[in-house]
Each structure stands twice: as C-alpha cells, then as structure tokens.
Design a protein around this ligand. Structure first.
Ligand SMILES: [Zn+2]
Length: 98
C-alpha cells in the first residue's frame, strides 16, 4: 500500500546455507563494542548473521563462518551466552505459540 517495495527478505543460515525468511532464522549481531550477541528482535544495529538452529550456530563457529560473517572472533564465553539465549528463544517459540 505504501510506496515501499516489499522485498522478500530471504537470508541464509551460515551453518547449513538453508535460505529462509528473516523471521524464521535467528539473528546474531556484532555490537559496536565488538561483542557478539543473539538478537531476538532482529533489529539491533550492527553487522548481522543468521542461523536456523543451535546446531548450525555450533557448526558455523567450528568452521569459522561465524567469524567471517561477523568479522570478529567469538570466544567460548560469548558463544555459550549466545547458545543459551538462542535455545531459550527456541523453547519460547515452541511453547508459547498461540
Ligand atoms: Zn542452518
């Protein structure tokens, strides 16, 4: 309706290359501080990367695609935190859907 063209925002998972719409994937963002965090809103400013599952997050970390996508080194502690936030979000998404 508005003049804004609705481009379908397809993103690909950096773990398995699966393409999906933005809201089906989990966004990770590199903050201004150079920290990496899970972005449940998908709207935090910063360089972003997408994964479709926790497994893909781990795979992407292992083969360094995560580092390459975000251009930052992700240490174990950050990865732990991201993994926890991500799995919590995954649980919330399946249990609180109405
Ligand atoms: Zn994936």
């Amino acid at each position: 309706m508005a003049g804004v063209s609705s481009v379908r925002s397809q993103r690909s998972c950096i773990g398995c290359d699966r393409q999906d719409s933005k809201k089906e994937l989990y966004r990770l963002v590199r903050t201004a501080e150079g920290d990496v965090q899970f972005d449940p809103t998908g709207r935090l400013p910063g360089r972003g990367a997408y994964v479709c599952s926790l497994d893909c997050l781990m795979a992407a970390r292992k083969n360094r695609r995560l580092e390459r996508a975000l251009r930052v080194t992700v240490d174990d502690r950050s990865l732990d935190r991201i993994a926890q936030d991500l799995s919590r979000a995954a649980c919330a998404a399946t249990s609180s859907e109405e």
